[in-house]
Design a protein around this ligand. Structure first.
Ligand SMILES: C[S@@+](CC[C@H](N)C(=O)[O-])C[C@H]1O[C@@H](n2cnc3c(N)ncnc32)[C@H](O)[C@@H]1O
Length: 342
């Protein structure tokens, strides 16, 4: 009797939609596991399968799909076709974050003339306050734009540090004679928390440094480098990607620069490719974009306080009233991050 009841219940279950979904899920799992053997050849319940892969030139990624049809005679599975796997993967050869600017060098100057870069200066100046008489450290100084700005605003001493020897050489070439007593440049990796000779500094600036940290450990070390080199009571100010906006969608080239995600990194990040439409050839590099909590945790763990985000400020020119920035403002590409050392 009990056996009879169980048999009926089992038969009902075996014919139920629920079980069919379970069978499909199981089929997907098995196919996923055997993705590297000839799919379909050893499984009678797969009536056909095909694999396709192609390179998406625009996004420089590979997309791989497996289409599986289940069902047919003698198959325990319902008749259905499923697109099984799509793999989104960065295909390009790995470029070390630390050396990619060696091939860019002075071409970065043309990048700085893209319209979107015009937003950086008013956004930073709004948060910078007085630097009169302050000692300043400019991390990831590149060609020295911000070092020169800090010196012109009255800083008593500015040291610019960059990991790329090529960028440092170009920064020295661009250093005007009148600023030579105030500014000096040196190569160094700002993700190694060591004191920079001549510090600690009253103010540390970092324009687009934090976005070269590929993971939390590196980001934490960048913040530790900042903490080690910041005098008590000193201020930190930084330009970062727009950490309040996830990077699911590319940023289109409306303002001279396009950015698109090439790989998801953990739950909170994306590896991105940036292309600036400069002449005679584009400037391109890779960087990382994490959500704001990721940066806040690292800054606080390194010992910084008063961690705050600030929105970008549009330049005070005719473009402000003319609607030029309307599309930009729907999704700004940068934010300013400030913090301090108690
Ligand atoms: C987008 S450029 C920004 C240059 C400059 N701060 C500006 O805003 O014009 C980024 C710079 O970060 C430097 N960089 C990347 N990782 C670094 C690291 N770990 N330590 C020091 N510099 C780094 C690169 O060499 C490059 O010059």
């Amino acid at each position: 009797m009990v056996q009879g009841l169980m048999g009926t219940a089992m038969a009902d279950l075996l014919n139920s939609d629920l079980l069919n979904y379970f069978k499909i899920a199981l089929a997907l799992l098995v196919v996923a596991l055997v993705e590297n053997v000839a799919v379909g050849s050893s499984f009678s319940w797969i009536s056909s399968s095909n694999r396709s892969s192609h390179i998406d030139e625009a996004n420089q990624s590979s997309i791989k799909c497996i289409n599986v049809s289940t069902g047919g005679e003698n198959s325990p599975f319902p008749t259905t076709t499923l697109r099984l796997i799509t793999v989104f993967k960065d295909l390009r050869p790995r470029v070390a974050m630390s050396t990619q600017y060696d091939t860019i060098g002075s071409r970065y100057k043309a990048f700085k003339e893209r319209p979107v870069v015009d937003i950086e200066e008013p956004s930073v100046l709004k948060r910078l306050g007085s630097v009169e008489g302050l000692t300043c450290l400019d991390l990831a100084c590149g060609l020295g734009h911000w070092s020169r700005l800090l010196a012109r605003k009255g800083a008593s001493k500015v040291i610019g540090v960059d990991i790329s020897q090529t960028m440092i050489s170009s920064a020295n070439d661009l250093l005007p004679d009148d600023l030579k007593p105030t500014i000096s440049y040196q190569t160094g990796d700002c993700s190694i928390p060591t004191p920079v000779p001549g510090g600690p500094f009253d103010l540390i600036f970092a324009g687009w440094l934090l976005n070269y940290a590929p993971d939390y450990a590196t980001l934490l070390n960048m913040f530790r480098h900042i903490h080690v080199n910041l005098a008590p009571g000193g201020r930190f100010i930084s330009i970062t990607p727009n950490t309040h906006c996830p990077m699911y969608e590319p940023i289109d080239d409306y303002y001279g620069v396009a950015v698109w995600p090439v790989e998801k990194v953990g739950d909170e990040g994306w590896k991105c490719h940036l292309k600036a439409y400069t002449e005679p050839e584009p400037v391109e590099f890779e960087m990382y974009h994490f959500l704001h909590g990721f940066y806040e945790r690292a800054a606080k763990e390194a010992g910084l306080g008063e961690v705050r985000w600030w929105p970008p400020v549009m330049p005070e020119d005719e473009r402000r009233e003319g609607g030029f920035w309307d599309v930009y403002l729907l999704r700004p590409h940068m934010l300013v991050l400030t913090a301090s050392r108690e």
